[in-house]
Write a protein that binds this ligand. Structure first.
Ligand code: AMP
Length: 190
């Protein structure tokens, strides 16, 4: 069982690297951002409430994202493992994830943080916004999301450092090079 958390600020490349990792290791990709955007597309009440917060670059309440992750975990009882992308984003979410996974005896294997300088994050997100149609990839919301990452999310790494399950790598460079760095870290634990 390989349970990875891909960690890092918006624009660090978590989604892109997740796609490669799920193919290589047959893992289930759980992105709370994707799950929320799917609720928005379906026009659900949850989606409607989440959209207002997302468009402001704010976090959606812990209980909502934890509930979504719990039901997804229950959907895949026979999975080879999971990649958590964009979750946990608060220490309360990290504690809830530990509880959920420990209850199933499938604890987190490793948190891998992708490090990218702030100006490159902004450049990447602005470029993505031109093609993604994401309403939160605007200069104003990007700034807010980066602030929220610094003030509420970056600290989540401490939770995994305390468990000796944290590693940081450079997220700069060619996609394949970043992927190789991630793979090198995975090889150390399997
Ligand atoms: P992402 O696609 O991961 O960049 O997430 C887009 C937006 O969805 C974030 O800016 C938040 O508003 C919301 N979101 C995604 N994941 C979470 C989470 N784990 N906790 C709270 N809000 C989240």
């Amino acid at each position: 069982m390989l349970n990875l958390i891909l960690f890092g600020p918006p624009g660090a490349g978590k989604g892109t690297q997740s796609q490669h990792l799920i193919n290589r290791h047959q893992l289930i990709h759980l992105s709370t951002g994707d799950l929320l955007r799917s609720e928005i597309t379906q026009g659900t009440q949850l989606g409607l409430e989440a959209k207002a917060l997302m468009d402001e670059g704010k976090l959606v309440p812990d209980a909502i994202v934890i509930g979504m992750i719990e039901s997804k975990l229950n959907e895949y009882p026979k999975a080879n493992g999971f990649i958590f992308d964009g979750f946990p984003r608060t220490t309360a979410q990290a504690a809830a994830l530990d509880n959920l996974l420990n209850g199933k005896s499938i604890p987190i294997s490793l948190m891998i943080a992708l490090e990218v300088p702030e100006q490159e994050l902004i450049d990447r997100l602005v470029s993505r916004g031109l093609v993604s149609g994401r309403t939160d990839d605007t200069p104003e919301t990007i700034k807010k999301r980066l602030d929220v990452y610094q003030s509420q999310t970056s600290i989540v790494s401490d939770h995994y450092k305390q468990q000796n399950k944290f590693v940081a790598i450079s997220g700069v460079g060619e996609l394949e090079d970043v992927f190789d760095r991630i793979e090198a870290e995975i090889k150390k634990i399997v």
